[in-house]
Design a protein around this ligand. Structure first.
Ligand code: NAP
Length: 250
């Protein structure tokens, strides 16, 4: 990277998004970090921590599932930074239920944030990326979108949607110097990951399924995301990379 790049990371107040934002800051990216308004204090803390790396970091409150909020956010980022080089669509939610009893609003909210949010943020940044003939889009899917687990059918569907979206997006935007790739985290210790990890038996079972014989840390995801946001991955697009310590082996 020859000059400072500007990256937008959604859902960056905690967990994997926070680790991605700090990882990009350590690699010299200026940051526009997003979360919903109720996470303002936590998001401010991430921005302050990122600035310790000597970069610019600003916070933007928006629900990624709301088109007006996403468009307003991207307009403000463009005013503040002038452009956006990389986007990490990380914001996501998990609401567990089996299919038979899954309330309709679980389906809708999970699809809205995980799948539609990725689409809306991507759509909002594309005119800028196309105009500058450069862009890096990294979408956070999940190994749950490939295999999944009981009580997560709607989550799995949303993450499979992100992978399908990314493969077609890559074909559309490639001629404009824009790459689009997916990361599929495995079992990572965050507030969301604890759904799978609070029960010691379940935690042990996941650990046993993992080649590295450990649960993932949010920082484990930061490096692979930074690769997809950098010029080291200039000829890599439409790909899905498992970052799971070796649960899904391919
Ligand atoms: P997390 O700890 O729950 O953090 C997710 C962040 O996204 C939270 O700050 C959350 O805010 C924010 N967010 C939720 N809805 C949003 C919206 N509509 N607009 C903007 N921000 C929103 O989850 P995580 O474990 O770090 O997960 C990050 C990403 O990795 C997600 O896409 C998730 O599906 C994926 N992933 C996680 C794992 C895992 O094991 N942890 C595995 C595979 C994939 P709130 O606090 O208000 O919800």
């Amino acid at each position: 990277m020859t000059k400072p790049r500007i990256a937008l990371v959604t859902g960056a107040s905690r967990g994997i998004g926070r680790a991605i934002a700090l990882g990009l800051a350590q690699r010299g990216f200026d940051l526009a970090i997003n979360d919903i308004a109720s996470q303002a204090t936590a998001l401010d803390a991430v921005a302050a921590e990122a600035r310790a790396s000597g970069i610019r970091a600003m916070t933007y409150h928006a629900d990624v599932a709301s088109k007006p909020e996403v468009q307003a956010m991207v307009a403000r980022i463009l005013q503040d930074f002038g452009t956006i080089h990389a986007v990490v669509n990380n914001a996501g939610i998990l609401r567990a239920s089996d299919v038979e009893h899954c309330p309709e609003d679980y389906w809708d909210s999970v699809m809205d944030v995980n799948a539609k949010g990725t689409f809306l943020v991507t759509q909002a940044v594309l005119p800028t990326m196309k105009a500058q003939n450069y862009g890096r889009i990294c979408n956070i899917s999940s190994i749950g979108g490939k295999h999944g687990a009981p009580e997560q059918a709607h989550y799995s569907a949303s993450k499979a949607a992100v992978m399908g979206f990314t493969r077609v997006l890559a074909q559309e935007v490639g001629p404009f110097g824009i790459t689009a790739n997916c990361i599929c985290p495995g079992i990572i210790l965050t507030d969301m990951g604890r759904v799978n990890l609070d029960d010691p038996a379940i935690r042990g079972a996941w650990q046993a399924k993992t080649a590295m014989a450990r649960i993932g840390d949010p920082d484990d995801v930061a490096g692979p995301v930074a690769f997809f946001c950098s010029d080291d991955s200039a000829f890599v697009t439409g790909q899905t990379l498992n970052v799971d310590g070796g649960i899904v082996l391919s």
